[in-house]
Design a protein around this ligand. Structure first.
Ligand code: NI
Length: 250
């Protein structure tokens, strides 16, 4: 169930049976000529909703804006500074933990969030360790990049091989098209497989990757692939969520 579609008595009842919650987190940033700007937030949310339906987990509101400074030379992209995103995550977890939630399972749609989310977890654990009452047990946070679950990695490789790339990938675009068929569109990909490499700030990124893609041929995306990716991701990640809840239970 979506937290936003629940009432407070329903949440109170839920907490009697589970202290876990799924936290979708993504980004609002350019995704090449045919990928939606919301791709990373939408993919995280699509998978999180599926995991919620499969496991009965509550699903928190999606953190739709992430750490995307390197995309700001493309219109429509929005970023939070790493320190801002850390503050958002800390406050959301503090709010939910006050109510009794203890296990926070983040489903992430954006590689650029990983370092910052990991730092936020370290801040949260530090808060517990440094609290005047001593070490506070029980809070556990986990980050799962949906595209890196074992089964999804294998499926993306089977579907796209080295045309998968790392930004505006055909897999992530397919997943959005599965959930939102009206989003399907096409445009020339020149070159078909985009360049790869490192980047620093937004100007540097746009200079190296002129149409926004990195290493990907977004034009291979399809709704059919999106359906397979969705079903595989939900099955794989729902199983992992159940293990996450079981781990450490006494
Ligand atoms: Ni993406």
């Amino acid at each position: 169930m979506l937290l936003q579609h629940a009432t407070w008595p329903e949440v109170e009842t839920y907490l009697k049976t589970s202290d876990g919650i799924v936290m979708p987190i993504g980004s609002t940033e350019q995704h090449g000529p045919i990928g939606l700007i919301g791709t990373d937030a939408l993919t995280a949310e699509i998978v999180a909703k599926g995991v919620g339906e499969a496991t009965g987990a509550l699903v928190a509101p999606t953190i739709s804006v992430g750490m995307a400074q390197h995309h700001l030379a493309f219109p429509g992209s929005i970023t939070l500074r790493p320190t801002t995103l850390i503050a958002v995550i800390r406050d959301m977890i503090a709010s939910l933990s006050r109510a009794g939630f203890r296990r926070f399972y983040f489903i992430n749609g954006h590689g650029g969030n990983v370092a910052t989310v990991t730092a936020a977890f370290s801040e949260i654990y530090a808060d517990a360790s440094l609290a005047p009452t001593g070490n506070q047990p029980g809070l556990r946070c986990k980050l799962r990049n949906w595209w890196q679950s074992p089964a999804i990695g294998a499926l993306s490789k089977e579907l796209y091989g080295n045309a998968e790339g790392s930004h505006a990938t055909p897999s992530e675009i397919s997943l959005t098209w599965h959930a939102y068929p009206e989003a399907v569109r096409s445009a020339p990909m020149d070159p078909p497989i985009a360049p790869t490499g490192d980047f620093t700030d937004a100007s540097d990124y746009r200079g190296r990757f002129p149409d926004g893609r990195i290493g990907a041929n977004s034009g291979l995306a399809s709704r059919e692939a999106g359906k397979r990716l969705y079903e595989t991701a939900v099955a794989d990640i729902a199983a992992e969520y159940r293990k996450f809840l079981a781990a450490g239970q006494t």
